[in-house]
Ligand binder design. Structure first.
Ligand code: MLT
Length: 264
């Protein structure tokens, strides 16, 4: 069990049945899962939390390592009376899922990795993250949000359109200290390829065929490291397939969940 102190985590929940935990990436919140909450809630108990510091969750000064985020989520599941849940981790949410799998493997009967990978940051990436963290603390989140708008969507997505603007609003309204904390948390995360190699649970790796934030080399590597992983590449999607191609994304998730026998 986590030794960390419990904090208030906001979450959305829908449905009954096998518990599915949707873990958002950086610097988003649980609104990125709106389509999946609606669709999968007909068959499963779907829980979509805001990570600490993001959305409507409490935002303490510290505690933004991948282990801290994972411990918060395990405590939330405890509070909800859920011993085992399928974790679906998007990008940073995938790093958090790997952290949880390292520590609480018995609580995760299956996992889905979305636009994510198992490597630690390179030295260069760590320096880049520290520079961004300092910039965010001095000038706010807008530079980071603006830069990410260039890399997180497929090329033909209209950056001024409603969907892209909704994502921009989530990013630009994130709290600076949480954004900086998560940047530093990602920079200091360990390499988790050892965890990936040893997984014996059913897993699905989902990638967008135009993801520039986490490229195909990294997602392919994750899929090849995990014994028996299913790998789905979604055409016409960048780093946000759950929003860019919600139907294809939800179908891939639903097929996987049905295959592992979770449907009521
Ligand atoms: C995310 O979407 O969570 C981030 O792009 C992950 C990262 O910066 O490594």
């Amino acid at each position: 069990m986590a030794e960390q102190q419990a904090i208030h985590l906001h979450y959305s929940e829908a449905g009954y049945g096998m518990p599915i935990l949707l873990v958002h990436g950086f610097p988003f919140d649980n609104r990125i899962w709106a389509a999946q909450l609606g669709e999968l809630g007909a068959t499963y108990r779907v829980i979509a939390p805001d990570l600490r510091g993001f959305g409507q969750s409490a935002a303490p000064d510290n505690g933004y390592s991948m282990d801290d985020f994972a411990a918060d989520l395990v405590m939330l599941l405890d509070r909800l009376g859920i011993e085992r849940a399928v974790w679906v981790g998007h990008s940073m949410g995938g790093y958090i899922t790997l952290a949880a799998l390292r520590r609480w493997p018995e609580r995760i009967p299956a996992a889905v990795f979305v636009c994510t990978h198992a490597r630690a940051d390179s030295k260069e990436k760590q320096i880049q993250r520290e520079t961004s963290a300092e910039n965010v603390m001095q000038n706010g989140v807008s530079d980071t949000a603006y830069t990410m708008m260039g890399t997180i969507f497929a090329t033909d997505v209209d950056r001024q359109g409603e969907m892209a603007q909704q994502v921009y609003e989530i990013m630009v309204n994130a709290k600076p200290h949480a954004v900086a904390g998560a940047l530093r948390g990602m920079a200091s995360r360990p390499d988790s390829r050892d965890v990936a190699r040893k997984l014996t649970i059913p897993t699905l790796v989902i990638a967008g065929d135009q993801d520039e934030a986490v490229n195909a080399e990294l997602t392919d590597e994750l899929a090849s490291l995990i014994p028996g992983a299913q790998h789905v590449v979604i055409p016409g999607a960048g780093h946000m397939p759950m929003i860019e191609q919600p139907d294809q994304f939800t179908d891939a998730l639903r097929n996987f969940l049905e295959r592992i026998g979770g449907a009521r």
